[in-house]
Design a protein. Structure first.
Length: 200
């Protein structure tokens, strides 16, 4: 984790007022231990600025990709006290997204398509395991509350002999208030790999 997260992130967090962070992030703070606790997707994490650490505290916690830890610390530092817009947008609707999310930053929805290969029931089962809420989009779609202020919806369409299966991610427009493009990529990488079951 610390290979990808610069210590300056933790140092910056240590210098913030816990009350401000808790209000902006929607988390809790243990003043005796000087740690934050936040629910990220299916797990709770403690963030200790002094020890430069982010730790999953669930008994059944499965380590996540280091990109997700980068998303966590960035979210704590940059989340704003803004409401959800209620408007879903794609990566191409995010300012700069149409040029950023390509090549090495191409959103790896192919992992989802390759994993389920038209088995829509298996896709639904996996999404429910990950606490997704079914929504009426595509052939199947589920919304996940990845962080208190970050919902993401994953859509899936079955393929046929003319078109392959397709998956797509949608974001509440407010994501642009909280995350930069590279951090959004760090987030979606974990979403796609976790739903596909890759490395788990």
């Amino acid at each position: 984790m610390n290979d990808i997260i610069d210590d300056s992130y933790f140092i910056e967090l240590a210098g913030q007022k816990p009350a401000d962070i808790c209000r902006q992030v929607l988390c809790s703070y243990d003043s005796a231990k000087a740690v934050y606790t936040v629910q990220f997707w299916t797990d709770k994490y403690t963030i200790d600025p002094e020890k430069l650490s982010i730790t999953g505290v669930n008994d059944d916690f499965i380590p996540v990709h280091e990109y997700f830890y980068l998303f966590i610390i960035y979210y704590l530092l940059r989340a704003k006290e803004v409401d959800l817009s209620g408007e879903w947008i794609s990566d191409k609707d995010i300012p700069g997204g149409s040029t950023f999310f390509r090549g090495p930053h191409d959103i790896p929805t192919n992992l989802i398509c390759n994993r389920f290969n038209n088995d829509i029931d298996a896709f639904k089962k996996r999404c429910r395991q990950l606490q997704g809420t079914s929504v009426a989009m595509g052939d199947a779609a589920f919304t996940f509350r990845i962080a208190p202020r970050i919902p993401v919806t994953v859509l899936y369409w079955m393929g046929d002999e003319d078109f392959p299966a397709e998956a797509k991610l949608l974001y509440d427009r407010s994501i642009t208030e909280h995350l930069s493009l590279d951090i959004i990529f760090a987030l979606v990488y974990e979403i796609c790999t976790r739903i596909s079951g890759k490395d788990r």
